[in-house]
Design a protein around this ligand. Sequence first.
Ligand SMILES: [Zn+2]
Length: 312
Amino acid sequence: MNWISNYVRPKINSLFSRREVPENLWTKCDECGTMLFHRELRDNLNVCTNCGHHMYIAPRARFDALFDGGIFTEVTVPKPIEDPLRFRDQKRYPDRLKAAQKSSGEAEAMLVAEGEIHRTPVVAAAQDFGFMAGSMGMAVGNAIIAAAERAVALHRPLILFSAAGGARMQEGILSLMQMPRTTVAVEMLKEAGLPYVVVLTHPTTGGVTASYAMLGDVQIAEPGALICFAGPRVIEQTIRETLPEGFQRAEYLLDHGMLDRVTPRGELRDELATILRMLTGQGPIVHGELPAPVVAEVAIAPAPEAQPEDAK
Ligand SMILES: [Zn+2]
């Protein structure tokens, strides 16, 4: 990535796009029904200020909040391969892809970046549920491999934020092949002795739960996140029994030994830095004023384009 695409273009874009007033200034919390003002909701990282319900957050907004000073450099990932199976349901697959690219402003469902968290250098990947339900296709697999390779090259830990409705059915067997591919990518990190931390966000399901999302050295989840292979409705219909309350939710899985931590979004930055510094033998994080990061080394992050209203 060069200076023009990382710095000049986002600045020009932000001059034009920032002035647009969001169509809907208020968002209703799905959980408690409170009407939340968009700015207040954004400042609280899309967590309901009344009940703490964690709503959708786009990868770029997440990285803005995660990295020191909101500064990160995007890691280049291979371009998406368009429609290998010439798949068509009600719509052609390329048309679905184009619509998702237009509404999210991203090329695919996984964004990879490098930067620092409390002065701890890391590589991070975040899956976008707003992009075709975060479904795992070849591009997502390629992004995870690129993230793992970058982490190994820089000798940095990898953090992965998962969110997915499962494999991308429009890519058939090719999407299922991403399960072993990403497992090998995670193995590369382990061979290099680098920590791999997974943050499971709502919802993480299907083939993603059956591969890279469950292979972390430390497994963290956001509160209330649904984490499963088959969803509760499918299980209920199959076994014809009522499932316990909170089944397959983050807190339930923590109680049953499937997770290490359930951490609110606002505390993730501190928690991730603390865990990674412990695992890599660095001193504890320093709270309070830190000197500003050196801008010459890392480029300015592009402005977020996807609005929280796009979330489903
Ligand atoms: Zn609420």
